[in-house]
Structures are given as C-alpha cells and as structure tokens.
Design a protein around this ligand. Structure first.
Ligand SMILES: NC(=O)c1ccc[n+]([C@@H]2O[C@H](COP(=O)([O-])OP(=O)(O)OC[C@H]3O[C@@H](n4cnc5c(N)ncnc54)[C@H](O)[C@@H]3O)[C@@H](O)[C@H]2O)c1
Ligand SMILES: [Zn+2]
Ligand SMILES: [Zn+2]
Length: 345
C-alpha cells in the first residue's frame, strides 16, 4: 500500500508499505477513504515531537471502512463506515474512566506518532470499539474528517475549558483550523462578542465569514492594546490561545478580564513567561488540555443536523499519490490560503 512516511526532521516520502495486520483481538483494520494533514504533522516534520521516530507513517485523522476486526471487537463489522479519532482510548483504564482519553495508559495520542497513522491506504486502529465512531448513512465524509481532531480540539480545549457563556466576550488568538474550529463551536453558547486575532488577513476574512464579531490584525504588535480599547478597557471573559508561541500566550495574559479564563490550546515548544505579578489579584483561571475527543459523538450530531458546517474549513482536495503536493500546499498556507486539505485514498 502507499503511505506517507516520516524519515527524520525535514524528510518525508511516499513509500510502498505492507498492509498492516490485526495484531491484538481489540484491533480493527480500516481502509482509509479520506484523511488530512494537521499542523501537528508539520511540528513532527520540524523534529518537535521526539516520540515520533523515523519510519513512522504519519496522520491521525480520517474516515474509512472496516476491512477486518480482531475477535474482541464487538461494535464494528466488516464494511462499516467509521470516523477515526485522533485519540486512542481503551475505555477501561483510570484516565479513560475519568473521560480523559488523551491520557489513556495504553492509548492517547499514539496514531501517526508512536504507531503508524492514517496517511496511507490502510491503518490499524487499537482499542477499535472505543476509538472509532460509526458514521451515519449518507453523511458527508469530507465534513466528518474535521471531527477526528480539529473540531473536538477547538471545542474541548478552547470553548469548554474557556467556559464560554451566553453574553460573554471571547477572544481567539490564532485563526488557523483550530482557532476557526473554536470560533464555530463557541457559537453554540451565543457569546456577545468573538474577537479573532491573527497576522494573516485572509484568515481574518474567513473568521469574519464564520461569525467573528471583530477581527484584529496583530501585525503591528498592538493586538492586546486594540482588544482592550474594543472592550472599553475591561478585557475578555475568555481568551483562547490557538497558536502555540510565547507572544500569543502573553497577549492572552494581557487581555483577560478579572474573573476570566485563559484557555491554552497551542502546543508550546519553548518557555512562556507567566506574569503573576499582574495576574495574582485578578481571579483568573488558566487551563491546558490535550484534546480528549469525549465530545465527538455530540459534535457528530451537530454536524449531521447542520447546526455547524465544518466543511467550510476545507480549501483543497488531493489524491493520496499527490500527498507531497498536499503537504507543500498546506505548509505554505500564507500564500496558498490553505486551511484544511482533504486527501482521498
Ligand atoms: N491541545 C491540543 O490537543 C492540540 C490539538 C491539535 C493542535 N494543537 C495546536 O493548536 C495550535 C493551532 O493549530 P492550527 O492547526 O490551527 O495551527 P496553524 O499554524 O494553522 O494556525 C496558527 C495561526 O496563528 C497565527 N499566528 C502566528 N503567530 C501569531 C501571532 N504572533 N499573533 C497572532 N496570530 C499568530 C498564524 O497566522 C496562523 O493562522 C498549534 O500549536 C497546534 O499544534 C493542539
Ligand atoms: Zn492534529
Ligand atoms: Zn484507557
């Protein structure tokens, strides 16, 4: 089968690999129909993720059809259409019982990281019963690819942790796929204002179409000042960090209102300064989270009922044998205006 293989920092190839086998009774083999590329795959290619070693097939998102199941899989059968979750969960360990699947002792984020992933014709999914979701008949599979990772991430790490409420003021720093997913799902709670901050004018325009009430281009280095002016000097109730660099977390520290929440979503690779000398008295909450994907079934219903349309995040389509072009397009988002690229296997 064809597979996109990580070969060390800066190196990836489309290779011929053997089709994976069912190794454990709880595994399922899934024939991929659609997959996509995540910002985290670009982090891996930069060498930022040491758990992902050379030779690994990348990808932790996708939809497909069950090809084969182990003898212990009871929820899925050959031919079933399934959504792959970026998080593998046994459903039984202490963390899974606390709905913290991201820290499952035999799962978590392993797909396309510690085990071979979904940017291939087939993928082996461990703990299949609790790591796959059935796709309803007639569902739009392109839209559902957005449910493997980015929608639950924006919703759980940003909106839920950020305690977005009716009438509240929200700022989202970063209008990439994750920030935009937070923007779409924040609207479940009818906040009064959602201010979107980015450096990329095209992404800010997309954000305005997706329901942002205001956009701020932080290119002048004055994003926090602008947000403070917009909110009459009060700041925002929820500041969602969806970039993963020190500057944007500090923006959140500078715009959070008394009693507010900073919800960090971004993956940080370097130390970030925490200004407790200013924040200690402001009754704020700071949250961090690796996506748990516990809200996937709920989000699937909102997509099915057209309450949200994540397909709007898709800008490009490729075939699996063009996946290197897909990476190139996704990696140069500022010039290609790419958000999510869907790859048909
Ligand atoms: N916590 C989790 O479980 C989890 C899961 C998936 C992804 N992530 C992380 O979430 C983050 C966002 O992911 P993405 O795919 O949307 O990334 P992305 O790189 O596509 O988007 C980031 C956006 O931030 C903007 N930006 C960069 N510097 C900025 C600045 N100084 N001020 C304002 N905007 C700035 C960029 O223009 C871009 O639009 C990444 O760090 C990713 O690794 C976290
Ligand atoms: Zn991802
Ligand atoms: Zn578990």
């Amino acid at each position: 089968m064809k597979a996109l293989v990580y070969q060390g920092p800066g190196k990836k190839v489309l290779e011929d690999r053997p089709v994976p086998k069912v190794k454990s009774p709880t595994d399922a083999l899934v024939k991929i129909r659609k997959t996509t590329i995540c910002g985290t795959d670009l982090h891996i290619l930069k060498g930022d993720v040491p758990t992902c070693t050379p030779g690994r097939i990348l990808g932790h998102e996708g939809v497909g059809i069950i090809e084969k199941t182990g003898s212990g899989v009871s929820m899925f059968h050959e031919g079933d259409h399934v959504l792959i979750s970026c998080i593998t969960a046994c459903g039984k360990c202490e963390y899974c019982r606390r709905r913290m699947y991201s820290h499952c002792t035999t799962g978590g984020w392993i797909l396309g990281n510690e085990i071979d992933g979904a940017q291939a014709e087939y993928v082996r999914i461990p703990h299949a019963d609790t790591s796959l979701y059935p796709i309803p008949e007639g569902a739009d599979e392109d839209a559902l690819v957005m449910l493997s990772d980015i929608l639950p991430t924006g919703f759980e790490c940003g909106v839920l942790n950020g305690k977005v409420e009716p009438g509240s003021t929200v700022a989202i720093v970063g209008a990439g796929p994750i920030g935009l997913a937070a923007l779409l799902t924040a609207q479940f709670y009818s906040p009064a204002e959602i201010i979107m901050i980015d450096l990329d004018e095209n992404r800010l325009q997309v954000a305005a179409r997706f329901g942002a009430t205001a956009t701020v281009n932080g290119g002048d280095g004055k994003a926090a000042e602008t947000v403070m002016k917009m909110t009459g000097g009060r700041g925002v109730d929820t500041a969602i960090e969806a970039v993963g660099v020190p500057a944007t977390f500090i923006t959140c520290e500078n715009i959070v209102a008394p009693g507010g929440t900073i919800a960090n979503v971004g993956v940080h690779g370097v130390k970030v300064e925490l200004h407790l000398e200013r924040l200690w008295s402001r009754n704020i909450t700071i949250t961090t989270r690796l996506v748990d994907t516990v809200t996937t079934p709920m989000l699937l219903k909102t997509v099915q009922s057209r309450r949200i349309d994540p397909k709007r995040l898709i800008t490009h389509h490729f075939k699996l044998d063009q996946i290197l072009d897909a990476y190139d397009t996704f990696g140069r988002a500022a010039t290609t205006q790419a958000l999510k690229v869907v790859i048909d296997a």
